[in-house]
Design a protein around this ligand. Structure first.
Ligand code: GLA
Length: 569
């Protein structure tokens, strides 16, 4: 079991390093991630390499039995790099070229940046690939920067050609006949930059897909240079609406899935959510919690320490779900710099603090912990980054649709009931699961629809699902044969209402025509709200937690169905 965190010794004089390793030993730290922000210290100027400090860090850690997860520092190009290659600085959608001054100010499509990234990976592989302290490689940091510059425009066009083949097909799939957007030359296509009003949703979705593939290509280039060292290569997945990463696809390219977990709501429920996602993305291979914080509520308004006992609680949630480590950002709280108020395993006040005592106790707990028995989930929830991106669009029938919440609701209810939950891609094999939940999956491929229809276990699909194809073109007619229904109309709700079984429903409703399914619960006007067609259930509204919990209990344990509702049908 790995235990440790991001370690940034370049921020500190060398005598502090000796305190660091002594404290690491006390806390039983056995792995640290170094180098994430080290570009300017190992290459302070073009062509000038300075490895003395990093060499000494390697040797010091090794002498103290602490293994190293070495990062390629490509997430934070130094000031000289942007000055020398201004075309590598990020351009926002409104055309502003960002300046150096923060971090992550790069463009993955800029040739000079790609070349520099490869050079960094090769130089590090050559210098440290054989070092006995090296345990794994950490490429980059939290991929996610979106750029809209001309390099990106060129790369986007090449990606679109490969995806759609010819312009006629692209025009058809993007429905460019609307608002006179028809393209007659590939060079007319731009990344979705600032525009007058609503953008084209298909273009937006393809741009997200493109960014995911483009960043993945940047990762793969580095990975392939690092792999000959024989050490596992990974990158830490960030999780947020801003992240254009298709996690299922990326998970196939990393040697172990690594996730960062920064919960903002209920810490335990959110950690379980991240951990269940990570385990599912890893698909049976090892995965690791690469970063979590000793702080909660790291927002512009406040930074709070975690409540007592919380570090251990959320860490064990990850470990129970198969994480092979518990890592933090960062080891020692920074004295200055942009994140100086972000908490560390060693706070500003030093080791004689509650946080460090909890860290030390956690190190002991983890060292003594037997490997938790693997559990096989019986429930799966469909997770699809593309559906999340699609529901972030504008111009939808309701701006209150929230994909993440639609997925998190059943997850937290199942977590509270003691379940470990699997996440699945819409085209995965569903056969291991008694119940597959499909929340608000707006775009679906034909393959995914057939997959759903073929599942022999129970399926619970919820509102605004399977409404469009993968290009966001509406599936006309509204028929959902696998559910024995036709959706005639979407009717977003302005206020909650009470269903026939007393449950509270909100956000959304639909007019459903029954084509073989039966109505289980109805709206006040008597039309179906929840339907059932054999094992295929369809929920056309958002249920309050209590009612959703009853429904899940009923689907998983029919003997517990509340009298007078589901089981009598
Ligand atoms: C992310 C980053 C870290 C740090 C933390 C805290 O996880 O990877 O570098 O910035 O957030 O904000």
């Amino acid at each position: 079991m790995y235990f440790g965190g991001d370690y940034n010794p370049e921020q500190w004089p060398e005598d502090v390093w000796h305190d660091d390793v002594a404290l690491m030993r006390r806390a039983r730290v056995n792995l640290v991630t170094i180098g994430v922000f080290s570009w300017s210290s190992i290459q302070p100027a073009p062509g000038r390499w300075e490895f003395g400090r990093l060499d000494r860090v390697f040797d010091l850690l090794h002498a103290n039995g602490i293994a190293i997860n070495l990062a390629t520092p490509t997430a934070s190009p130094p000031p000289w790099f942007g000055r020398r290659h201004p075309d590598t600085l990020t351009v926002t959608a409104d055309g502003t070229r960002l300046s150096h001054g923060s971090r992550d100010t790069y463009c993955v499509s800029a040739p000079a940046y790609r070349e520099a990234s490869k050079e960094l990976a090769s130089v590090l592989a050559e210098r440290y690939g054989g070092h006995p302290a090296l345990a794994m490689w950490h490429v980059h940091n939290e991929y996610g920067t979106r750029c809209h510059c001309d390099h990106v425009a060129r790369a986007f066009r090449a990606w679109l050609r490969a995806r759609h083949g010819d312009l006629a097909t692209l025009n058809e799939r993007w429905t460019t006949a609307f608002w006179s957007q028809g393209y007659s030359d590939w060079d007319e296509i731009e990344p979705p930059r600032a525009t007058q009003w609503l953008p084209n949703p298909s273009q937006l979705l393809d741009f997200r897909r493109f960014l995911s593939d483009e960043m993945l290509a940047h990762y793969v280039e580095q990975r392939d240079l690092l792999r000959p060292t024989g050490k596992p290569v990974t990158t830490n997945f960030a999780f947020g609406a801003w992240v254009p990463v298709d996690h299922w696809k990326w998970a196939r390219e990393v040697d172990l899935v690594a996730v960062d977990d920064y919960p903002t709501g209920d810490l335990a429920e959110e950690s379980a959510f991240t951990a269940d996602l990570a385990r599912s993305w890893a698909g049976g291979k090892p995965w690791i919690l690469m970063e979590q914080a000793a702080a909660v509520e790291y927002t512009p308004r406040r930074t709070l320490p975690r409540p007592p006992g919380d570090l251990a609680r959320t860490t064990l949630i990850h470990v129970e779900r198969g994480s092979i480590g518990a890592m933090f950002f960062q080891w020692r709280a920074s004295r200055g710099g942009a994140e100086q108020w972000f908490h560390g395993m060693v706070p500003h006040a030093g080791p004689d603090t509650r946080t460090f005592r909890e860290i030390t106790a956690l190190g002991e707990t983890l060292a003594a912990l037997p490997t938790p028995a693997a559990r096989t989930p019986e429930v799966a929830i469909v997770w699809d980054d593309e559906a999340w991106w699609a529901l972030q669009g504008r111009g939808l029938p309701s701006q209150d649709l929230d994909y993440l919440e639609a997925v998190k609701q059943p997850h937290r209810l199942l977590y509270r009931a003691g379940h470990h939950v699997a996440f699945v891609h819409p085209e995965h094999d569903f056969s291991p699961y008694r119940l597959v939940i499909v929340p608000s999956l707006l775009p679906v491929t034909g393959t995914a629809l057939a997959n759903l229809a073929a599942h022999r276990g129970a399926v619970l699909m919820s509102y605004f699902s399977a409404v469009t194809d993968e290009h966001l073109r509406v599936r006309l007619g509204g028929r959902l044969p696998a559910f024995g229904i036709t959706i005639k109309e979407h009717r977003p709700l302005a206020a909650p209402l009470t269903l026939s079984d007393g449950a509270e429903a909100s956000l959304w409703s639909e007019e459903i025509a029954l084509d073989g399914a039966e109505a289980v619960v109805s709206y006040p006007d008597g039309t179906p709200a929840l339907t059932r067609f054999g094992k295929a259930w369809y929920l056309s509204t958002r249920l309050a937690d209590k009612a959703y919990e009853n429904l899940l209990t009923c689907l998983l344990r029919p003997t517990y169905c509340p009298t007078g509702t589901y089981e009598e049908r």
